[in-house]
Design a protein around this ligand. Structure first.
Ligand code: SF4
Ligand code: MG
Length: 341
């Protein structure tokens, strides 16, 4: 079939330990707590959520940078959570990441040509003049001047530095690129250039993307399908048009109504719902539906019964929502003192 990556029940907990000798585990951060997803070849799966939703941890699990606590991740049908060291190294060629902070992820004391050439060195693919030629090709591909091969990161603008990150990620011809907030650190005027570059490269090179962001408008522009994350879980997943046109989870609806202030059409349609209160601690997530302490539609059942991520009444099979009482079309969520105002 055409599924490139599939995650089944992925869990990533970080133990918090105390003591010098026995290092007793005193708590666990439930960063990712049971995520299922699949990404088809050539498509972009967007993942949105607030800080602390677990989206970056999920990204690192999917790229093999974090070992998972439980669950399976299939890439081209192979379970990467069970790979040997050598197998993992080969897998890491197929899957690359682009990080949020182009400043932080580039060593300031190294020349960009050598930074972009790292993957060739790591995987023993090219050296000397051949490596230089391929690095310069990559620089051209991402819109950098190949003559700037010997310059240092500080000599480039923020947008150009993200292009350096993109070039480095593409060096080994990956199949999947996981973009973790790739434009969040950039000026708004530069964001569109980098997004357009990523889109052009996707078409040209047949790439599959997982695109992580907290900015709903950016995700909408690039994604075929979108998953919304909350406290380590995906709470709604749908084709972008379905999610943005008819959000079913109260959390998605709240995120969208908060984002729609910038979009006059939607502002007219949706009453703005502002989420207040902090995201609860992932050390001790709420019982039942994790969103219940902040949800305007919460009922008793929500505090005890964890809603499965399934299609809800009338939704197509690819639009799934983890909510006992999904938002109906045209429904205005009641404002509530606690959680949402
Ligand atoms: Fe709100 Fe209940 Fe739905 Fe959770 S299950 S989102 S608390 S209505
Ligand atoms: Mg993050």
């Amino acid at each position: 079939d055409d599924v490139l990556v599939a995650a089944e029940g992925v869990v990533k907990h970080f133990p918090i330990r105390q003591g010098i000798v026995f290092k007793k585990e005193i708590a666990r951060v439930h960063a990712v707590d049971g995520v299922d997803l699949s990404v088809r070849r050539g498509e972009t799966l967007g993942i949105v959520g607030e800080t602390g939703s677990g989206k970056s941890t999920l990204a690192r699990c999917l790229t093999g940078l974090h070992p998972v606590t439980a669950g399976r991740i299939f890439f081209e049908g192979t379970d990467i959570t069970r790979l040997s060291r050598a197998g993992l190294k080969a897998f890491r060629r197929d899957v690359q990441m682009i990080f949020q902070d182009p400043y932080g992820s580039l060593n300031p004391r190294r020349r960009v040509g050598s930074i972009i050439g790292d993957p060739f060195a790591i995987h023993g693919l090219a050296d000397g003049a051949e490596r230089r030629r391929r690095v310069q090709e990559l620089m051209e591909l991402v819109g950098l001047n190949p003559e700037h091969y010997n310059r240092f990161p500080a000599e480039f603008s923020g947008g150009q530095r993200q292009r350096i990150g993109v070039a480095r990620a593409l060096a080994v011809r990956p199949r999947l690129v996981v973009c973790d907030e790739p434009v969040s650190a950039l000026d708004v005027s530069i964001q569109a250039q980098v997004i357009n570059l990523l889109r052009d490269l996707q078409t040209e090179l047949g790439l599959t993307y997982i695109f992580i962001a907290h900015d709903l408008s950016v995700v909408r522009y690039v994604s075929d399908r979108v998953g919304v994350m909350y406290l380590g879980r995906i709470v709604e997943s749908a084709p972008a048009s379905g999610l943005y046109g008819r959000p079913r989870h109260p959390y998605s609806a709240a995120l969208l109504s908060a984002a729609s202030i910038a979009d006059p059409d939607e502002a007219a349609r949706a009453e703005r719902i502002v989420l207040t209160g902090d995201v609860p601690s992932p050390i001790d997530p709420p019982s039942g539906c994790r969103f219940h302490p902040r949800c305007p539609k919460a009922q008793d059942r929500c505090t005890t019964e964890d809603p499965p991520l399934v299609p809800r009444d009338g939704d197509p099979p690819d639009h799934v929502t983890a909510c006992h009482f999904p938002v109906e079309p045209g429904e205005h969520l009641a404002r509530r003192e606690a959680g949402i105002t």
